[in-house]
Design a protein around this ligand. Structure first.
Ligand SMILES: NC(=O)c1ncn([C@@H]2O[C@H](COP(=O)(O)O)[C@@H](O)[C@H]2O)c1NC=O
Length: 510
């Protein structure tokens, strides 16, 4: 049996000594780089320093330690006569196991005081080269990049060596690891340097996503699903109470959170299947909640609710009579938490402070669609609107129109929002025809449509939508305008005595 040899070069030395001891006990000769060799020797185990093998000292403050043919030759040689003879000619011994963990680049850049210079120093070169060399030669060499694998590898060496399948799996893991490592470096450097083509649509997007949570299933029980987060970042919401978040919970939480945070006044967004069934603003959250719930109390059953202020006890008390899947608030009063915690199945969540990414990514067949988030501000201000009807809005109508317009961008197209007193009273979402959305909103609002205003996420192609709205009692309309039939639509609004504003901006949401 030939002498087996391991090269160890680890930044994180946890678990190193017991692992090295087991390898030694299995008859494996240990070679290690500076600090790693010291840690092994301090534990009383025999170890050869890399410098001793290469006959060359570590130089440039550790920038060159293991980058030497005596090391890489030993790893990369095929175990064929020709390669082994070549090794012998140069006095190089084969290396059968490579154990590396890399400089903590991600941890370094996550620190508040990180500079470009400190980050660059934490870019591991030699360790990556060792991992890649060993992974390439997985036919004969075992590569370990994760201390979680120490036990299984030690077990295998105690039995004489690793299996071919195990080596292949470890090689895949090592290549994945170095790819993730380089992705983090590239993303950081691009960010620091501010690549010229970085805005608005970068020429390449490197996405490094890590599984944060395996969901019980995807949208439906026959689909697998999970939450992936950007590597090195936190899960966006912490679950303070209740069961694990499901796939659909995450999706609806995202919609409700972004909707509630879009408003300045205390606001409550009640979401079902990606659309608000009630959204309202008021001087305090408790009243905003009542108004949002009143919009469509039937649909609010089993909803996801987000608010944009710390959740107070009074609002929590009012919420506790409704079956809610998830509640999200920027913070919670202690008493509010006590009240909500009584509901066993309610998930209470709070954001962890992860920054909102400016681009949205959505996978389609054969690609990923990327766009900036819909965060336009100009058209949200009624001062920038054009009143196109003879009838001018009252201040009250204008305030409701501005509210409804902001809600509309959080509703799936074709989106129609009926609102009164800064609260939705009817929402028509996700219809293929705009006039159908009007009818849905009107149906939901019933009597409450009388004197309410209407927002439409895109222009009315025909007067029919306006005429239907007027029949429900709508008095004022806000829409982007821009249809070839705008004149006809304006004439219809004038004939009905309605106010109509054009914003010039469309808010499709698919
Ligand atoms: N430059 C090199 O030749 C080199 N070879 C190995 N390393 C890294 O040095 C670290 C271990 O160093 P030490 O054994 O001195 O504590 C490991 O994270 C390893 O990935 C190197 N350092 C950086 O590239």
């Amino acid at each position: 049996m030939p002498q087996l040899r391991a090269l160890l070069s680890v930044s994180d030395k946890s678990g190193l000594v017991p692992f090295a001891r087991r390898l030694h006990e299995a008859g494996v000769e240990l070679i290690a780089s500076g600090g790693t060799a010291r840690a092994i020797a301090d534990a009383g185990l025999p170890v050869r320093a890399v410098e001793d093998v290469t006959g060359f000292p570590e130089i440039l403050g550790g920038r060159v330690k293991t980058l030497h043919p005596a090391i890489h030759g030993g790893i990369l040689a095929r175990r064929t006569t020709q390669h082994l003879e070549e090794l012998q000619q140069h006095g190089i011994a084969p290396i059968d196991l490579v154990v590396v963990n890399l400089y903590p680049f991600r941890e370094t850049i996550a620190q508040a005081n990180a500079t470009l210079a400190t980050a660059v120093e934490e870019i591991d070169i030699g360790g990556v080269a060792l991992l890649r060399a060993a992974a390439k030669n997985h036919e004969s060499v075992t590569v370990v990049c994760d201390p979680a694998d120490y036990d299984a590898v030690a077990d295998a060496f105690a039995q004489g060596g690793t299996s071919s399948m195990f080596r292949k799996r470890l090689a895949v893991k090592a290549f994945r690891h170095t790819a993730e490592y380089d992705t983090a470096i590239a993303a950081y450097l691009a960010d620091q340097i501010g690549e010229p083509d970085d805005t608005p649509m970068p020429s390449h997007i490197l996405v490094d996503l890590k599984l944060a949570q395996l969901n019980r299933y995807g949208e439906n029980p026959h689909q697998q699903g999970g939450l992936y987060i950007y590597a090195g970042e936190k899960v966006p919401f912490e679950v303070l109470h209740g069961k694990e978040m499901s796939y659909n919970n995450w999706l609806d939480l995202d919609g409700s959170w972004q909707a509630a945070q879009d408003f300045r006044e205390p606001t409550v967004a009640i979401i079902k299947h990606g659309n608000p069934c009630g959204l309202a603003s008021a001087p305090n959250l408790a009243d905003a909640y009542d108004k949002a719930l009143a919009s469509d109390p039937v649909s609010a059953f089993g909803s996801i609710i987000s608010v944009n202020r710390p959740l107070d006890a009074e609002t929590a008390r009012r919420m506790s009579s409704l079956f809610i899947e998830v509640v999200a608030a920027p913070a919670y009063e202690e008493e509010a938490l006590e009240i909500l915690r009584k509901k066993k199945n309610l998930r209470i969540v709070q954001p962890t402070g992860v920054a909102l990414r400016p681009l949205s990514l959505r996978s389609i067949y054969g690609g990923v669609l990327v766009q900036e988030l819909d965060r336009s501000q100009n058209d949200m201000d009624p001062d920038n609107w054009q009143i196109v009807t003879r009838q001018q809005p009252t201040p009250e109508q204008l305030a409701d129109l501005a509210f409804a317009w902001r809600v509309a961008r959080h509703v799936k197209s074709n989106a129609i929002v009926f609102a009164k007193d800064r609260a939705t009273v009817g929402v028509g979402a996700g219809q293929m025809s705009r006039v159908d959305s009007v009818m849905l909103a009107g149906h939901k609002a019933g009597e409450r449509a009388q004197g309410a205003v209407m927002a439409s996420d895109a222009f009315f192609p025909f007067p029919d939508g306006i005429e239907a709205a007027a029949q429900y009692g709508i008095t004022a309309v806000v829409q982007p305008g821009g249809s070839v039939r705008d004149e006809e639509v304006i004439a219809a609004a004038d004939a009905l005595g309605l106010v109509m504003a054009f914003t010039g901006t469309r808010h499709f949401r698919h």
